[in-house]
Design a protein around this ligand. Structure first.
Ligand SMILES: C[C@H](O)[C@H](O)[C@H]1CNC2=NC(N)=NC(=O)C2=N1
Length: 93
């Protein structure tokens, strides 16, 4: 799968609230009520990532979750990253 151009990425991001293009990845930062809520969402994302065989680069500190999505095999952002971002949005909204 081929990496998208920055122009394509910025254009597609117009349909995504709360995501930006940062360090050659799609990026979002989420804050939850508490650690359990954050970890619950991480667990649900993990199952979706496994189904997609597409995995996030993420960091959790207490009630915050920072997610970076890129496609290692393509060395950039691809449609799969947007697919997983859309799934994550459904899980958190
Ligand atoms: C072997 C395995 O299918 C590949 O390494 C998959 C796993 N998950 C992945 N996740 C992401 N974000 N990018 C990949 O290129 C990728 N490749």
């Amino acid at each position: 799968m081929k990496a998208l151009t920055e122009e394509q990425i910025v254009d597609k991001l117009k349909d995504f609230q709360g995501w930006d293009y940062h360090e050659n990845s799609l990026h979002t930062a989420l804050e939850f009520e508490n650690f359990k809520d954050a970890f619950t969402v991480m667990t649900r994302i993990a199952f979706e990532a496994e189904k997609l065989n597409h995995h996030p680069d993420w960091s959790n500190v207490y009630n915050t979750l920072e997610i970076y999505l890129s496609t290692h095999d393509a060395g950039g952002v691809t449609e799969k990253d947007f697919e997983l971002a859309a799934i994550i949005d459904q899980l958190v909204n």
